[in-house]
Design a protein around this ligand. Sequence first.
Ligand SMILES: [Zn+2]
Length: 405
Amino acid sequence: MERDSAMLCDRIWTHARIATLREGAPDMGCIEDGAVGTVGGAIVFAGNAADAPDAREVIACEGRWITPGLIDCHTHLIHGGNRAREFEMRLAGASYEEIARAGGGILSTMKATRAASEAELVASALPRLDALIAEGVTTVEVKSGYGLNAETEIRMLRAARRLGGERPVRVETSFLGAHALPPEYAGDVDGYIAMLCDAWMPQVAASGLADAVDAFCEGIGFTAEQTRRVFEAAARHGLPVKLHAEQLSNRHGAALAATFRALSADHLEYLDEDGVAALARAGTVATLLPGAWYFMRETKLPPVEGLRRAGVPIAIATDCNPGTSPLTSLLLAMNMGATLFGLTAAECLAGVTRHAARALGLGDRIGTIEVGKSCDLAIWDIESPAELVYRMGFNPLHARIWSGQ
Ligand SMILES: [Zn+2]
């Protein structure tokens, strides 16, 4: 890039090694002696330090690595209580489905969440959010789905939005009313779906509290047909969709999601070849959640090689939730993506930056270090980006920049 003598940056980070993660760039789009400049929170320069414009504030990075700020594109950060007791039960031999039938599982979190005020939900989520932020996360997706009534679902979404006011982080929200069947609707799944679609969806859409609509298509969740009704209601209100799909069995949820041009299909252990092809055709992101796979001691691996061959963008997220993935480390999720699922270091990095941005419909605004995008950066004390994937339980973050600050 040519030096722009007229440009004066608010701030510039210079003499850094930069992994831009630009689309199509080889080797993570690395720049050896690079600089990133910002004006008004946006990136206005990303290139060789020698070409960098002037700035009011110059920060020498002394050869540290800069990556895009990390993006956790699938979390259930907002919830009441925790499920350590259930964890103990599972250690003693009970299965996820047995615990669900015994009134544990999602429903126990539902009770705790319904009982919590908005302030309590925010307060209990902040330490989890802070753990993510401490690892360089600058954008986080947060779902509802533990209220399972209109009032609590809205309260969860409002609490999620408030997290973005409490901390310097971008919060994207998903309405996950179709997470589980609440006891009030026992024996009447279709009645619940009708209520969700006809009464709650308009309310959620009008409130502006949800950026997307999600559902759990599974034997212990909702059928593909019920999921379709939720997606049709979302479409009527102009909300994009995403889906928990093919986690415990193949219900062809990912293919259904693809027909609605879903932002992402998530989990995908039981995804078949047709599902892979459908995701590829729709440009839907495959979000892998190795924390849940690990915590539930699953054995069926997601079809990484098939996704790779078909050119489906792969994201990685924590799935932070109290029941199946109490994980608040996106760095560890990357390590699991590599160690358990066989992703390369470069795929793991793209999975928590460029592809995670796309899974949130924000591919044009965040996820890479490029002119015009939000200046969300993570600065690391590492020798190479692969070190972020390699280590377990070690956090080499030097500084985190959100919107140029
Ligand atoms: Zn989830």
